[in-house]
Write a protein that binds this ligand. Structure first.
Ligand code: NAD
Length: 529
């Protein structure tokens, strides 16, 4: 994997005395970062400092400061510069669910203090902490800020309006700052965790159910986002716990939606470090993203199936990828000529995969086209039915057929991951590419529906949304050129590998990966993907 090292990078972690902040600090300590730990509770901060030292961090600096206080945040930056001479990373985790002593409350009954305290800590604190580190990062021409938001920063929930409002605010703030800083070498990202087992639950009187995954899952995602090479950023991804009943008959009747779910016996298994013993099937496997993924998973020991149109090319690539994987213990690679428009091809693909490897652990649906071959960008009023049908048949119907074909094997295994490659154009429509946008919105809807159907069976289904990636697909976009900052396809491949390495109890939901300057370019009249 082409991920950056965190060794000797100077990292400030706020909210480091407990929960996600503490877990992030320990993950960075294990990577050899130089740490500045910020919290309000001196005793607990000292505990984190001792744990960080045991994990490998040399003499971390511990600062007892309040993120609501402007001079405290300035002190945080000054003390870091005095000790380490630089600020490379800020992981801003300080936050509260509710005001001290407050419980669930309606907006109608809420006191102003309940509102102010949460907004002050969560949102104003984010502003103050981020602003405090910016001068040093801008002067150095590099820096990484990662703000912890929440799933409640994507959808609001009754009785916790201050928390939801503050976390929506953190996402908006982070995306705005990211846009401002994209030419200054400073990357700003937000991560939106669902409910992981941190003390915030017990502090507010909620028992911690034993089957909620630990904060280390989120820490691993933070670490991965910080190690992502500097040309790319993740646009506010969600990381969610996933409960699986591990059983029940297939297909389910009645739908599991109404049933109370119980967890699988041991969801706390630790993340695997390689993909040995796994089998990854990739449609569009000889294209840009598909081939980069085939190489990446083979290099970690997976068996690979490369399914694509051209028989000779898939055979040659299977030899090459098989050779890449041999040293890592991969059982080899299989090339299959498959047209994803053809139902029968999917049945053959699954049969051949099971025949060769005996299982299917992951399906990566990369087969896709921007437009019907040889056709230029067009207004919707000018799009021919044949052009519409071709894009839909490959991008959306092909994804449906592939998902449907592998699911019986995955459900029988009670394990599997499907990653359907959508696009940022699946989130935001764009003129002149109606069929493509419609197909990619459809891929997200399909993925969410299937995910909901099979999650109780240990099978995860995800859409992944890349922005501009430098692949042959851009040749279909001529005369509009590929943007100069299009990411190499290995960035997407690395993200897929990270998704594959998640333990069964955790899922990265609908990630968007983009070049550092992507948002602004899309806002100006972008002409091409
Ligand atoms: P690519 O053109 O390099 O790869 C696409 C592959 O799909 C090709 O190998 C092609 O032969 C294969 N394919 C097309 N029709 C097929 C069919 N009927 N049956 C089997 N295979 C078929 O492009 P890429 O960039 O690697 O695209 C992979 C996926 O990523 C696509 O779904 C695309 O929409 C998506 N995507 C790409 C970008 C980008 O900027 N490149 C951005 C967002 C999303």
């Amino acid at each position: 994997m082409a991920l950056a090292s965190l060794r000797d990078r100077v990292a400030i972690v706020t909210g480091a005395s407990s929960g996600l902040g503490r877990a992030a600090a320990l993950a960075l300590a294990r990577d050899g970062a130089r740490l500045v730990l910020v919290g309000r509770d001196r005793r607990r901060l000292e505990e984190t400092t001792a744990a960080a030292a045991a994990a490998g961090a040399a003499a971390s600096l511990a600062l007892c400061l309040d993120v609501r206080v402007e001079v405290d945040m300035r002190r945080m930056a000054d003390a870091t510069l005095a000790r380490h001479g630089a600020i490379d990373i800020l992981v801003h985790s300080a936050g509260v669910l509710r005001a001290a002593g407050a419980g669930l409350n309606t907006v109608a009954a809420m006191t102003t203090r309940e509102w102010d305290e949460v907004l002050d800590i969560n949102l104003r604190g984010t502003f103050l902490a981020n602003r405090a580190v910016l001068p040093a990062m801008r002067a150095a021409g590099r820096g990484d800020i990662l703000n912890l938001a929440s799933r409640s920063g994507r959808s609001g929930l009754a009785y916790d309006a201050p928390y939801c409002a503050s976390k929506f605010g953190v996402v908006g703030f982070s995306e705005a700052l990211a846009d401002e800083m994209r030419h200054a070498g400073v990357r700003v990202q937000a991560l939106l965790p669902g409910r992981f087992a941190t003390e915030v639950l017990t502090q507010i009187g909620l028992p911690q159910p034993g089957d909620i995954p630990p904060p280390e899952r989120v820490a691993e995602a933070i670490r991965w986002m910080l190690r992502l090479p500097a040309d790319a950023r993740m646009l506010s991804p969600l990381i969610e716990p996933l409960q699986s009943t591990g059983g029940g008959s297939w297909p389910p009747a009645p739908p599991p939606r109404t049933r109370k779910e119980t967890s699988m016996p041991s969801p706390f298994c630790s993340a695997a470090e390689d993909l040995r013993g796994k089998v990854v099937l990739i449609t569009g496997g000889s294209g840009g993203i598909g081939l980069a993924t085939a190489r990446a998973v083979a290099a970690l020991g997976a068996g690979v199936v490369i399914a694509d149109l051209d028989e000779h090319r898939v055979a040659a690539l299977a030899d090459e990828v098989g050779a890449v994987g041999a040293a890592a213990g991969s059982p080899g690679a299989l090339g299959l000529a498959v047209d994803v428009r053809e139902e029968a091809d999917h049945a053959r693909m699954v049969q051949a995969t099971l025949g060769r490897f005996g299982r299917i652990d992951a399906l990566i649906c990369c087969a896709g086209i921007l437009r019907k071959r040889g056709t230029p960008p067009k207004l919707m009023v000018d799009v021919g039915v044949d052009e519409w049908d071709e894009v839909m048949a490959i991008n959306l119907r092909g994804t449906f057929l592939a998902n449907r074909a592998v699911l019986p094997a995955m459900v029988a295994q009670r394990a599997g991951l499907i990653v359907n490659i959508s696009s940022v154009q699946g989130l935001q429509g764009r003129a002149y590419d109606g069929p493509y946008c419609a197909s990619k919105f459809g891929v997200i809807g399909l993925s969410q529906a299937v995910a909901d159907e099979v999650k109780s069976y240990g099978v995860k289904v995800q859409a992944l949304m890349p922005a501009a990636i430098a692949t042959p697909m851009w040749e279909q976009n001529l005369p509009a050129p590929m943007p100069g900052d299009a990411l190499p396809p290995e960035r997407v491949a690395d993200l897929i590998v990270f998704m594959l390495l998640q333990p069964p109890d955790t899922v990265i939901v609908g990630p968007v990966i983009a070049p550092l300057g992507a948002r602004r370019r899309r806002a100006t009249k972008a002409s091409a993907e």
